[in-house]
Ligand binder design. Structure first.
Ligand code: PMT
Length: 403
């Protein structure tokens, strides 16, 4: 964890079962040298007492918007001026909704309105509430307004459900929160990345897919986050843990990926299409398992073309910087250049997927970055290093555009 020594940290505690972990967050913040003040919502007091957090932080806990004991009864302004950073942990679905609509009807929401520095949220809620479109919309709005996010994690929940929505452990939260004080080259930028394969159902038990593992897209997400970007990752089914400080949207089919991209593309500064999106899906999905004829006859499966998501993004009127990947088995550069032109991209990353040691489901990759003006070969190396260089290249180009 990066040092928080001499930083003034305001911890907002809202009403969820994970509020008991706030005590540990206060303890770790103090241990790392930060001064801590705590603001609690009314419902947070049902889960943990102000006295506990007061004893651990060494400061009076604030709960009221109109507090006669605070300077000129304007506790929210005083707290907003005092804080270097605000961490809200746990952040309930209700708090996220209220913050996204700019409400100022309690002390915590008012302080966040009056505060100019980094604010991070550690969401904690039931998995269905987390997945709900309204929560995702509210969160997305906050992310595009420079709020940071720590988690949530996946696993067993207090209510017995399993899935995304669990608050991260205190040290995991503080690891992410402390890095929000560093400014990277993509600081303040919103980046949307698609990753992994799609699955196109044929019947209830079969689908068409490909060998994408998601490694390339996930390491790009890590590299963009390291450079201070706010990342939304739309991912097909893969077996990798996503970075905890980005908004992850899980999809299965190309249509679901396309819908999710359309839902989140507004306000994005960069779009990176790493996903191996199926070009076709079965024209008809059977309701029950297809039985074999058993007479050695062949079976014809009719396919229909899926929408080209990358092309949709590059044709938007107010488009982000658009990056596509080209997975080619022959004529690598020629085919990639055609895609750059045809899909009207700013950058295409060409990889030769006929070589088993790079491309699909491998630890390494070798790529050529192609724009209208230049070509740059990034020699074979692991996907983490390649990703860092791709992100550096992209940030260089968007910073040039802005100057
Ligand atoms: O996931 P890994 O195992 O790490 O493997 C990484 C990778 C090989 C999948 C990755 O490096 C890669 O090349 N991704 C693009 C795969 C692909 O579908 O390429 P394509 O040449 O068919 O498509 C070109 C571009 O159009 C891609 O950016 C793709 O995301 C996009 N596309 C394609 C079809 C479609 N319907 N919509 C799209 O947006």
């Amino acid at each position: 964890m990066k040092s928080l020594a001499n930083k003034n940290i305001l911890l907002g505690v809202t009403g969820g079962i994970a509020a008991y972990k706030s005590a540990e967050i206060v303890r770790h913040l103090k241990k790392s040298g930060a001064s801590v003040r705590v603001v609690m919502t009314k419902s947070a007091e049902e889960f943990i007492t102000p006295l506990t957090l007061q004893a651990l932080s060494g400061n009076r806990v604030s709960t009221e918007l109109l507090d006669t004991e605070s300077e000129a009864a304007m506790g929210h302004i005083e707290l907003a001026k005092w804080a270097d950073g605000i961490l809200i942990a746990p952040a309930t679905a209700n708090t996220i909704a209220r913050l996204s609509s700019g409400r100022g009807d309690d002390l915590l929401s008012t302080v966040t309105l009056a505060f100019d520095g980094p604010i991070s949220l550690a969401p904690a809620m039931n998995q269905a509430m987390w997945r709900d479109n309204r929560t995702q919309d509210n969160l997305n709005k906050l992310l595009t307004q420079d709020f940071g996010i720590c988690g949530p994690g996946s696993g067993e929940q207090a209510c017995g459900d399993t899935g995304l929505g669990r608050m991260l452990e205190p040290l995991e939260i503080l690891e992410i929160f402390s890095s929000s004080f560093d400014k990277g080259v993509l600081s303040g930028k919103n980046v949307l990345i698609t990753a992994g394969p799609t699955q196109e159902p044929i019947d209830p038990v079969r689908f068409i897919t490909n060998r994408s593992s998601g490694k390339m897209g996930y390491s790009l997400a890590h590299a963009a986050i390291e450079q201070g970007a706010q990342v939304t990752l739309i991912s097909g089914p893969v077996n990798i843990e996503p970075p905890s400080n980005c908004n992850v949207i899980a999809i299965n089919t190309a249509k679901e990926m396309s819908d999710a991209v359309k839902h989140h593309i507004k306000e994005m500064d960069v779009y990176i299409g790493t996903a191996a999106v199926s070009d076709y899906s079965p024209a008809e999905v059977k309701d029950s398992k297809i039985k074999k004829a058993g007479d050695n006859s062949s079976m014809i499966l009719e396919l229909k073309e899926n929408e080209d998501i990358l092309k949709f993004v590059s044709e938007l009127e107010d488009r982000p910087y658009v990056v596509g990947f080209a997975a080619e088995t022959d004529k690598l550069i020629e085919n990639a250049e055609n895609k750059l032109k045809h899909k009207k991209l700013d950058l295409i990353v060409a990889n030769d997927v006929s070589d088993k040691s790079i491309g699909f489901d491998s630890e390494e990759n070798e790529v050529t970055l192609i724009t209208k003006e230049e070509k740059q070969l990034l020699k074979k190396q692991n996907k983490k290093k390649i990703s860092k260089k791709i992100i550096e290249f992209i940030s260089g180009r968007i910073n040039e555009q802005n100057n």
